[in-house]
Write a protein that binds this ligand. Structure first.
Ligand SMILES: C[S@@+](CC[C@H](N)C(=O)[O-])C[C@H]1O[C@@H](n2cnc3c(N)ncnc32)[C@H](O)[C@@H]1O
Length: 268
């Protein structure tokens, strides 16, 4: 039964259409984003979510947008038990994390595997903005040596644990720092970089590019409107990349999507 149908007679008819159709499931924690108008019904909605699925232990409501460099939101607990630490499974890998202390988007699993499948054993890969490791772990599991840079201390702690849990700790190096500063002093070059760029930090591409070998690959994520894409393809070409592919992977605001670009650094 759909969530709205369960709430007939509990939530007034004129409010039912405001109940979101979908929610994020991270491990056994469901994350809702309820509009303020539904505040007085939030517990009933959460109980309906909880009773509908055996794999859900806790229901959180996001009470703010993602904020700051670390892309963290505020949450309230609506239903369930335990704490906000969970174990998320994705394409055979496991990720432990505290949903309230780190950024994690469970909707990007397919995109992460699409990229990981391009990685060859022996590659050296750079991952700025690494989070708890959803790009890092699958690439290290393919035999790459991965350098992860992440500013959020909690995320680095979970990333270290996730590398261990997935038995890739021997091929994963983690730097807890600002990647803009690290790239100023980093001397080594990489075969590939995967850049899950937070909003407004696209300027990182120039610095990442300087550390990627000629013929190497950059998977670059950016938030843009459809009509900006043509100009962007031209600007990446002007920066010395061949745009091998691009795809939309998720809407983030009306008309604004997350776009993935596969950029090959041109040879001379
Ligand atoms: C959009 S999230 C991506 C996280 C992860 N790659 C994922 O897909 O789940 C961006 C991450 O970049 C980190 N971050 C933001 N600014 C940073 C900076 N200047 N240097 C290093 N990490 C940064 C945040 O803490 C956050 O974990």
């Amino acid at each position: 039964m759909r969530l709205k149908e369960k709430l007939w007679g509990v939530v007034p008819d004129e409010m039912l259409c405001k109940i979101p159709e979908h929610f994020q499931l991270i491990g056994d924690v469901a994350v809702l984003s309820l509009p303020v108008e539904l505040h007085e019904y939030s517990t009933a909605i959460a109980e309906a979510v909880l009773s509908g699925a055996k794999n859900i232990r806790m229901v959180l409501n996001k009470t703010s947008k993602l904020e700051g460099d670390m892309r963290l939101a505020s949450f309230e607990v609506l239903a369930g038990s335990g704490n906000s630490v969970t174990l998320h499974r994705e394409f055979g890998f496991i990720f432990r994390l505290d949903v309230t202390r780190v950024f994690f988007n469970s909707r990007l699993g397919y995109e992460r595997m699409r990229v990981a499948r391009q990685v060859q054993s022996g590659e050296r890969v750079l991952v700025p903005f690494a989070g708890v490791g959803p790009f890092v772990v699958p690439m290290a599991a393919r035999g790459a040596t991965v350098l992860a840079v992440e500013k959020n201390r909690d995320a680095c702690m979970w990333l270290a644990e996730n590398a261990l849990l997935n038995r890739v700790d021997g091929r994963t190096e983690i730097i807890n720092a600002d990647v803009f500063q690290i790239l100023q002093i980093l001397k080594m070059d990489f075969d590939r970089a995967v850049v899950p760029t937070p909003y407004g930090m696209d300027s990182i591409l120039e610095a990442v590019s300087s550390r990627v070998k000629k013929g190497g690959m950059v998977h670059f994520y950016t938030f843009k409107k459809r009509q900006q894409i043509e100009g962007l393809v031209q600007s990446y070409s002007d920066m010395g990349f061949e745009v091998e592919a691009f795809r939309r992977c998720g809407n983030v605001a009306p008309c604004v999507s997350r776009w993935a670009f596969d950029l090959r650094k041109k040879r001379p």
